[in-house]
Write a protein that binds this ligand. Sequence first.
Ligand SMILES: Nc1nc2c(ncn2[C@@H]2O[C@H](COP(=O)(O)OP(=O)(O)OP(=O)(O)O)[C@@H](O)[C@H]2O)c(=O)[nH]1
Ligand SMILES: [Zn+2]
Length: 346
Amino acid sequence: MTLNSHTLADLGWSANFQRQLDTDEFGAFSPARVTGVHRDRLTALSEAGPLLLTLPPDLSAGDVAVGDWVLADPATDRVARLLDRHSRIFRRAAGEASREQLIVANVDTVFITTSATEEFNEARLERYLALAHAGGIPPVLVVTKADKADDPETYLDRLRAIAPAVPAILLNAKAEAAAEALRPWCGPGRTVAFLGMSGVGKSTLASALTGIDLETATVREDDMKGRHTTTAREMHPIPGGGWLIDTPGMRELRLTDMAEGIDEAFAEITGLTGECRFRDCTHGPEPGCAVQAAIAAGQVDAARLDRWKKLRAEDAAHAASAAEKRRRGKAFAKVVKQAKKAKRPN
Ligand SMILES: Nc1nc2c(ncn2[C@@H]2O[C@H](COP(=O)(O)OP(=O)(O)OP(=O)(O)O)[C@@H](O)[C@H]2O)c(=O)[nH]1
Ligand SMILES: [Zn+2]
């Protein structure tokens, strides 16, 4: 099989997408996986090979992300419909309240990558976990630079303390065996992505998995007018099956984008809050607090409670400022409308 010929299953198609098609769509359109999003067009892969698609008037580039599935009209090379995604990574759009800015779609596993160095930080990892949970993507924790630490196993202990249910692996990203350690989550039709701070070894691992140097990998494509353009590839095949998505948007994710899905990342605490005597318990000094009781019993880490409260507070502040912006935006629009009305001659 060449690089340009994949079955739908290889591309990540599943019953979950199949179910979304109407009977009349079956014969008329071909499903295609989005591999690149540009201002007014998409690159995509279908069973027949690469496609260059235009967007219909009711869809804008911001509605689509690398990893999405679309139905393409082969007669016009236009997107007929965007299919519902099963998972995503998103950030909150700056300025515009409550709107999600989509970063990637339909990822099956996210490798949250950290290193056995000073960079290791529980609070940050909890945010990455929250981001994965919010987008419905099962996370795997990867600790690189095992070769640089005196006692690297302690980092696994620290991960167990914050996320006992999340698989965690410790490795040297530069070693031959690095790709093998990630292989259980890859395979035909499966899509993976890396998240983590700069310098933790994401590119090293990505190159080990795909066999290409992603830092320098570019691809020449024809644009609509037949000109050649050079663009970075954002969805890479993994030898043996599966895909790695690596977009600039993922690398630009900032920690402030990540305060959703927090409750799931702190399940051992949020699972208890319903048992507190007071419904509005702050899990501080009040009597009958189930969380404080668990801390006293050594079942919950007090530092985790602090970080959970902090994340929740940040999230609330973020939501409040977004609501305020929206309110001001509306008030401003009203003023503009009134001004226009006033100017208009009868
Ligand atoms: N010794 C050792 N060095 C590593 C390991 N993983 C990564 N490095 C080195 O750390 C440096 C940064 O690795 P990258 O793979 O570029 O990190 P990155 O996460 O892709 O960083 P950005 O591209 O900035 O997001 C490189 O010099 C790697 O060779 C490891 O497990 N052990
Ligand atoms: Zn409480």
